[in-house]
Design a protein around this ligand. Sequence first.
Ligand code: PHE
Length: 355
Amino acid sequence: MTELDALVTAAAQRFAQAHTPADLENAKAVYLGKTGEITQQMKALATLAPDEKKSRGALINTAKQAIEAALNDRRQALADAALNAQLAAQALDVTLPGRQRGAGSLHPVALAWERIESIFGSMGFEVADGPEVENDWFNFTALNNPPNHPARSMQDTFYVDLNDTQGQPYCLRTHTSPMQIRHATAHAKRYAAEVAAGGTMPEVRVIAPGRTYRVDSDATHSPMFHQVEGLWLGDNVSFKDLKVTFLNFCRAFFEADDLRMRFRPSYFPFTEPSAEIDIQFQSGPLKGRWLEVAGSGQVHPTVVRNMGLDPERTIGFAFGCGIDRLAMLRYGVSDLRLFFDNDLRFLSQFPATGS
Ligand code: PHE
């Protein structure tokens, strides 16, 4: 091997050891730079005789070209490696599913609530809304449940350490029944004006869904729960209307035309007579069992009076129904607490729109 061949081999090895472009440029300088090996050889030509100069020059040139070729190969190899590393780092799997923003879903209680409003809406009921922090008058006394009445113990609640301007203590409402009084009194002047003008007493037909509170907590009771109040008053509204209205509602709500319903005698201070309403499915997992879903009754004359209406002219019924209970029955949920745990594995099973 000639000395020039050795030089080419050494250069190629040196280039192979360069792992960055900067290393490679340093290695290049050793051979091709101003004071590099090849450049030295070229300079040495000057000392040779003309014909020797020619043949020696050709050999040096060949060696120089070989070194340049090795340099370019190595440059290319380093550039390829850099590109491959970059591609690997930015690897993109176009077959992966895209990242979507969760559409969310409606809470089962909200679904039931919407359903209740739309079904009663189709039967001509308007929807009213009222305060959850209620005063003692609306929550108890106006509903024929005065202080020290034993029926107050049926509904223990949370009291707020504050009285309203009339000295009435505030509490978290134990039921939606105060909305009977609030709604009727809010419209009493209009009713009275229509009657005074020779008309008949306009009908009150309203539901009031909302949150309610009691000191109660187990698998079927939560300190906060949801009720829907129903009130239908007129000059000739009877228990028959209550039965038809509530049965039609339940059949529509559960999409069960053969659903059966029964009244069970009960007691509430604000209705007389009073009844619990039970329903019975004729098919499905709950088939044959009587399930209590509401309290109801004919509105007590004292309550009608407290609404600013004349109990001799106005009669009707009210009911109070647990929305959570309806949602549990409709969606087959056995533990009420699932509604309030906010576990997405449970909540995401429900649809995003009303059903
Ligand atoms: N408010 C009663 C309760 O929560 C239910 C009810 C409402 C009963 C209307 C009769 C009439 O238990």
